[in-house]
Structure formats: C-alpha cells, structure tokens
Design a binder for this molecule. Structure first.
Ligand SMILES: C[S@@+](CC[C@H](N)C(=O)[O-])C[C@H]1O[C@@H](n2cnc3c(N)ncnc32)[C@H](O)[C@@H]1O
Length: 493
C-alpha cells in the first residue's frame, strides 16, 4: 500500500507527541465505546442522560463532561466544602447550566433529592473509605441507578496489591506516632521504611513487588502519597468481592473501563487465551485474568438489570474517532504487557491515523476511505480499538455535540487557566474534539490565556512564572512551533 508522505513535523517525534488523556475512564463517551464493543446497547451519544459522580473532588472530570454534553444532566457530590465551592465557581464561569454540585457526605446521600441515573461513577473512592461508607454508596446506587444504567467503579485490586498492606502498615505505624507537620510525618515514615529495606529486611527481600512499589512511591509528590497511602482507610479487593456486592443489587460486571486492558489478545498468550476461553463462569474468568496479569488496579463497568444487547460491530460503527498523534509518530505509542510489547508502527495504523488527521470520522466511513478500502473491515475495527487503547486516537464527540459544546469548553478552559495563574493548580484542560480532559502544562495554559486576552504571551508568562523574557521567549517559540499543532489536533486551543 502506498501511503502519502506523512506531514513534516520533526518536533512530534521528540516532544510531547503523546498528550495523556485525563479522566479517560470517567468519560461517558469512552465508557460507551467499551460497552458497545462488548455488545451492550447503552446510551447513544448526543442524547439526554443523567450522570452522577460520588466523590468528585474539584469536579474537574464532571465539569469537562458536562461542558461536552450539554444535552445531558450532571450531578456531583463531595464532602469537602472547598472542593464544591471551586467546582461551582468553575461551572458558573463556564456558563454550565446542566451541572449541580452538592456538598455532602456519603452518609447524607439518602437525604439528598438525587435523580434516577444512567451513569454513576466513582474514581479513587471505593478503596479509600470504610465499610460503613461503602454501605451508603451501595444504598445510593440501589436507589438511583436505572435499569440498563452503568456503574463505573475504580479500586485497588488483588492479587496485584497483595504486598501493599504490610508496606502500608510499616509506613503508617511510624506516621501515626511521629510528630510535626503532615509532610514531616510522611518523611519520617519513608525514612524508617527505607532503613528497614536497606538493612536487609526479609519482607522486602522476599517481596520484590513491595520493594519496587516503595521505590516508586517515595518519588511521588507528597500530596499524592497523603491521599494514596496515609489515608485512614485503604483496602484492596478481589474483583469477586466487588462483583458480589453489586450483584446483590442486580448489577452485572460487563468490562474493565480502560480500553487497553479490555483487549485480551494483547495481554494473554494463545495458550492462556485458550485456557480462559473454557472458563464460562464470568467472575472466575475475570479473577483468573487478574492473577495472570497480577492486576493492581481495576476500573469496572457494571450494568444494571437485564443487559440491553446488540451487535458489537453495528453498535461501534457510528463512533467517531479523532487522531491525537501524527502518522509518523506511532512508534511512541507502545506498551509492554505480560506477553511482550504492543506497538502500532505499521502500515494499517499509519493509514488510519492519516485519514483521521483530516478530521474525526466513524469506522464505517474509515473503511470506505480510498486509503483503507483494501483492508478487511474487521481488521480496521480491531486496529482502531488498539490505537484507542494506546491513546493515539480517541473517541470523539458526535459532530452536533462538538458544535453545541465548543463555546462552553473554551470558557471552562479559560476559567481553569485563570486558576493556574496564582500557582500550579491542574494540568487538565478540556478538548473540544474528544469531550474529555487533556494534559496541558501550566506554562502552556499561561500562554493560551495570554493569547485569548490579547496580551503579549512572553511578557505575561515571564511575569506569572517569575522568569526572564529571554528564557520564556525561547519556550514560547517552541510552544507555537511544536506543541500548538498537537494541541489543535487534540482539540485544546
Ligand atoms: C480521589 S478523590 C476523587 C476526585 C475526582 N473524582 C477526580 O478524579 O479528581 C475522592 C473524593 O472523595 C471524597 N470523599 C471521601 N470520602 C467522602 C465521604 N464520606 N463523603 C463524600 N465525599 C467523600 C473526597 O473528598 C475526595 O474529593
């Protein structure tokens, strides 16, 4: 096959060619793609629906999704007043009328007038609360999730996290007894753990995963550590425990939410694949897969009641995809799995990304494109899914939503960028193409802000970041020449 010369863009191969999607697993468009690919006939993009987030933090993911789906209704709850105040201020600045932020605890869920929901989502909640709060959530899901509705739930998983409780015990014991500020107490805990490890501790010697985890976590920002490891509650679950808890409410596990993890061919050898195909009991099937990949974290998608089914290929046919990489840049998108390296630097992927670089298109139209018409449509669909799993392409908003949401998404980005002027706040901006979050550095947000306000970006950034105009002007050039085209392709402007 003859492919056209890929666009010339040297920077793509050396710079941030890959802009990680933020909150991809919480995006209803992505959840729908995964469910459709499993043959579940769920929400149709661009139609009304109700989406509830429990434990929404500053509401960033809910805000992006509300801005991107103006025809849908969003409700999000958090216990921290500061989180909810910020989320409301951003919603107001973005002019969002379809989102409500409620300040309240999970204990109070039963007293809130919550709507019947098509989606209920939680991220970073289930493993970090106690049994009583999990019970409140179960009651809320029972009361609010409609038949056919989707639950997305992330949690620390077993067996991959098996060595974390003893590691945490060691750190938390020291942390609880130490005096000083929170960061000082965390430092004391890390120092003690490091000492035990380096003095030849049998636990670390016999559990290399615990050693690796400790090496990884000690490099992480302290605020991440505070939430992830020094929280009062921390529990890892077997999938079977979670499936049983929600099974009692008539929810059935359908799929992991993370596209890459759903493609079994990439994670299991042909022998393992054959072995698994003989296991018909769904929970056991999923549990065996967790053991085979030693999974540490799961994002599960459950559907309530009888599962509305359809033909997977037909359900996926309308999904539009957008390229967020360049055809000459695909060797960056590789990932290692238990079976080896997955990479997409081949002709079919390049042809798909070449076509998608001209604008978002659905799988049916892709298959009819002159560049792709010689490939079997099954093969095209499979490769599209792998590219989406690796983040080289993303599920895109339907054309009509793109038009209806563009202004709100830009206003939301403006408000988020404004908050980053005072200090680093979030690196998430919203995409007018995917309706999801995209990593955008603070400095780039400052440049975008200056451009929108019609002020000199170099002078403005130099003032905000406290650096010389000479240094900033070099980086601004780089932003314009190298990163801007990628942001534009990704729908961030
Ligand atoms: C990991 S954060 C999730 C943030 C958000 N979903 C995101 O992706 O940015 C978990 C949130 O749950 C909230 N939370 C924890 N316990 C809660 C409770 N008992 N009631 C209500 N919210 C709670 C915390 O305040 C926190 O903001």
């Amino acid at each position: 096959m003859n492919l056209p010369e890929p666009p010339k863009a040297d920077g793509y191969t050396t710079e941030i060619a890959y802009l990680p999607g933020y909150y991809r697993d919480l995006n209803p468009l992505v959840q729908t793609l995964v469910l459709n690919a499993m043959g579940v006939d769920t929400w149709r993009r661009g139609t009304p629906m109700t989406y509830l987030e429990l434990g929404c933090g500053y509401g960033l993911s809910t805000l992006v999704h509300a801005a991107a789906n103006p025809q849908a209704t969003f409700v999000a709850i958090d216990i921290l007043p500061d989180h909810i105040m910020t989320a409301r201020a951003l919603a107001e600045a973005a002019g969002l009328k379809n989102v409500t932020f409620i300040e309240g605890s999970f204990a109070a869920l039963k007293d809130m007038a919550l709507p019947k929901c098509d989606f209920i989502v939680m991220h970073g909640v289930w493993s970090w609360i106690n049994d009583t709060n999990r019970e409140y959530i179960l009651r809320c899901v029972d009361a609010c999730l409609k038949p056919g509705g989707v639950l997305s739930l992330s949690y620390n998983a077993l067996p991959g996290c098996a060595t974390v409780p003893p590691l945490r015990e060691l750190m938390v014991t020291q942390f609880s007894g130490a005096s000083g500020s929170l960061p000082e107490r965390m430092t004391a805990a890390l120092t003690l753990t490091d000492a035990v490890k380096s003095l030849g501790g049998g636990f670390f010697a016999n559990n290399p995963m615990a050693s690796r985890r400790f090496e990884d976590l000690r490099e992480r920002p302290r605020n991440y550590l505070a939430h992830e490891y020094f929280n009062t509650d921390w529990t890892a679950f077997y999938h079977s425990d979670v499936a049983a808890a929600f099974g009692a409410l008539d929810l059935t596990f359908v799929s992991l939410a993370t596209v890459f993890e759903t493609i079994d061919e990439l994670h299991f050898s042909p022998n393992a694949f054959r072995f698994l195909s003989k296991i018909n009991e769904p929970t056991l099937h999923e549990t065996l897969k967790d053991f085979m990949v030693n999974r540490q974290f799961r994002v599960d998608l459950f559907v309530r009641g009888p599962i509305p089914t359809g033909n997977a290929q037909a359900l996926c046919a309308d999904t539009r995809f957008a390229a967020v990489a360049q055809p000459n840049d695909l060797d960056r998108f590789k990932r290692r799995t238990t079976t080896g390296e997955v990479n997409v630097a081949h002709d079919l992927s390049r042809a798909i990304v070449t076509v998608l670089s001209q604008g978002p298109t659905n799988i049916t139209a892709l298959a009819q494109h002159p560049l792709l018409k010689n490939w079997p449509s099954q093969k095209i669909a499979g490769t599209v899914y792998v590219l989406a799993g690796l983040g080289a392409i993303e599920a895109a908003l339907p054309a009509e939503c793109e038009d209806a949401s563009r202004a709100a998404i830009r206003r939301l980005n403006g408000a988020i960028r404004q908050r980053n002027v005072g200090g680093p706040w979030t690196e998430m901006n919203a995409s007018t193409i995917t309706g999801g979050g995209v990593q955008t550095s603070r400095e780039d947000q400052i440049f975008f802000l200056a451009q929108a306000d019609g002020v000199d970006p170099v002078q403005f950034a130099a003032r905000v970041l406290g650096e010389s105009e000479v240094t900033i002007s070099e980086r601004y050039r780089h932003f314009i020449d190298v990163r801007m085209p990628i942001y534009i392709a990704t729908g961030v402007d």
